[in-house]
Design a protein around this ligand. Structure first.
Ligand code: G3I
Length: 356
């Protein structure tokens, strides 16, 4: 069997790039029963320094992804040298504990080191991107089975701005950078699952509709060109105060699935800065948003994996951008700051367990 088809162990049911819709339907049947691996974005230093954190990861996760570590700014803070310490440590942890590790991410607009600002030509941009993919994917070939090759390629609001997000790659290479990155990654590790990862699809707003449409146009074009794209990562940073557009998500997932693509939920959490102060009420709203989102995806095809972006409210990116004005700590994740499961964790456990 091709590695891509059991990319996350026996737990997933991925499809190859050339899947027919009959195969897609068969996979939908298959994945409607199998248990879905759950995982979280990890800060690798905490695995060493915080034993409760380590226990929480060991006790709950079948998958890990570095919250950082494989980003350009972490790997290549200066030109000419790669720093692999963090991803090496996370992979060793995963291997030692029977988990799989996802790779995040090869081409992104953000977390770029200062020195890359001096890159000014298409040829130079292609050269450093290829050098990056060759070195990083080559190092972990056969060990990191699934890569977010391009992250957040679509702009925040394609209804009012250009559909492709500005980045060093988009500015110098153009939209073709997505295809080039996919093809290069496939050439280095032909068995890896290649993923486009993005956010902002889930609400009943013009902005989300425009984002879904722009994303579908990009994906259709890649499939028409027979680019090696195998799965879509729905990040799922859900704004807590907004309804989930269940029909919008389901038809979006159906379109993607119909193109033979697997679906992964890659960065789930609920941004709770605008939710009520009361913790119990807030936790219930958070859980209900997660339930609605997962159901909307799962009604079409159960995702191949569900990962949250962090595991405990003690360590989350959310207050960097969405700190609550009332001084209450954010509560976006499945475990509270003392590692106790919240209603969100019960929703995830219910959703991911095998269906009889
Ligand atoms: O490591 C330094 C530390 O040495 C320093 O003392 C500290 C002071 O601010 O900063 C630390 O670096 C921070 C790093 O996270 C590690 O915690 C950076 O400032 C901060 O910008 C960085 O933010 C990360 C962000 O991506 C940018 O890379 C967040 O943790 C991470 O959760 C976030 O993750 C993104 C996904 O990759 C893509 N999707 C959205 C998601 C959330 O924004």
């Amino acid at each position: 069997m091709h590695r891509r088809q059991f990319v996350l162990g026996a737990m997933g049911a991925g499809l190859s790039a050339g899947s027919t819709s009959a195969l897609a339907q068969a996979a939908a049947k298959e994945c409607s029963r199998a248990a879905i691996p759950y995982g979280a974005a990890i800060r690798v230093d905490l695995l060493r320094d915080d034993q409760e954190y380590r226990r929480a990861v060991l006790g709950n996760c079948q998958l890990v992804v570095g919250e950082g570590g494989l980003k350009w700014i972490d790997l290549r803070p200066e030109p000419g040298k790669f720093h692999f310490d963090h991803p090496d440590r996370l992979l060793a942890f995963a291997d030692a504990n029977g988990m799989r590790m996802r790779g995040h991410t090869l081409a992104w607009y953000a977390a770029m080191p200062k020195w890359t600002e001096a890159i000014s030509t298409k040829a130079e941009a292609e050269r450093v991107l290829y050098e990056h993919i060759d070195t990083v994917v080559g190092r972990y070939k056969g060990r990191i089975p699934s890569w977010d090759v391009v992250n957040e390629a679509i702009s925040d609001n394609p209804a009012v701005e250009a559909p492709m997000r500005k980045s060093i790659w988009q500015d110098l290479i153009g939209t073709q950078h997505v295809e080039l990155a996919l093809r290069r990654t496939a050439a280095v590790d032909p068995n890896a699952q290649l993923v486009l990862n993005d956010f902002g699809f889930e609400n009943p707003t013009e902005q989300c509709r425009a984002k879904r449409a722009a994303f579908l146009r990009l994906v259709r074009d890649l499939k028409d060109r027979d680019a090696p794209l195998h799965a879509i990562g729905l990040q799922g940073h859900l704004p807590g105060e907004k309804d989930i557009d269940k029909d919008g998500i389901s038809s979006f997932v159906a379109e993607l699935h119909g193109m033979g693509l697997s679906i992964l939920v890659t960065e789930l959490d609920v941004i709770d800065d605008k939710l009520p102060r009361d913790r119990a009420i807030r936790d219930d709203i958070v859980a209900s948003r997660v339930r609605a989102f997962l159901q909307a995806v799962g009604d079409v095809c159960r995702p191949e994996a569900v990962l949250t972006w962090g595991i405990s409210d003690r360590f989350t990116w959310v207050p960097i951008w969405f700190r609550r004005k009332d001084g209450e700590p954010n509560r976006p994740l499945p475990l509270d700051a003392n590692y106790r499961p919240k209603p969100m964790m019960r929703v995830i456990r219910e959703f991911t367990r095998a269906k009889l």
